[in-house]
Write a protein that binds this ligand. Sequence first.
Ligand SMILES: NS(=O)(=O)c1cc(-c2ccccc2)cc(-c2ccccc2)c1
Ligand SMILES: [Zn+2]
Length: 263
Amino acid sequence: GAKWTYDGPQGQDHWSQHYPYCGGALQSPIDLKSDLLRFDPTLRPIEVQNYNLSPNEQLTLGNNGHSVQLSLSPTMSISSLRNRYTAAQLHFHWGSPSRPAGSEHTVNSKQYAAELHVVHYNSDKYPNISTAVDKSDGLAVLGVLVEVGMFNPAFDHILKFINRIIYRDQKVKVPAFNIRALLPTRLDEYYRYDGSLTTPPCYPSVLWTVFRNPITVSRQQFLTLAATLYSSNAQDSASMSLSNNYRKTQPVDNRLVLASFKE
Ligand SMILES: NS(=O)(=O)c1cc(-c2ccccc2)cc(-c2ccccc2)c1
Ligand SMILES: [Zn+2]
């Protein structure tokens, strides 16, 4: 589709001109405000299957100009939802080297340094992700807030290859690793709401699960993520840094935002 950016003339305030859903209802991300939350005791712990991939398996790490994304094995899934959701890819959103605040979801207006999204599609109902992406029960995304703190060994399985994909459309095969290690320890504490893709075409097709507890990466790891990639391709004369690739929080309107835990 038409190229879109996070800032400038094709920036997020203009997305709806080419992508009408971006100006519609059920948009993501949102601010997860305590006084909005409703505790729901029926929300079960998230159960993932086969996230512990073998290093003999290879995944594709790529720079799509808007984020760094890692393809995932179709043996991976979420098994605790009404339907089975099969993993497709994971990617990140982050701030900039000078401003480590680039998460998409915020908690009581606090913006974290970055956010990890693990994208799954409803494989009980749809044959592949392309048919699922615009269906109201099509996608389930696990959101993980990222803050700067302790070094994260799992995150380094991605970072050590990032200088191979500095330009848009560059890809590299990397050994798989335990993707579960990128999630927080507790999968029983999370926020849950109906939302959308946070990038164009902004389809309102995502069952969002944002874990309460952030993961940490070291300051050096954050700087590597935020300062290495370009959104421009190798041929472009003017290189554009890939940073601040987060959408601003959207109106909650009359949506229910559930929490699996009591504050
Ligand atoms: N942020 S997100 O989770 O809502 C998201 C989901 C998917 C997505 C991916 C596969 C199938 C279906 C949806 C793609 C992106 C994306 C990010 C950067 C550039 C382009 C697209 C972002
Ligand atoms: Zn995302």
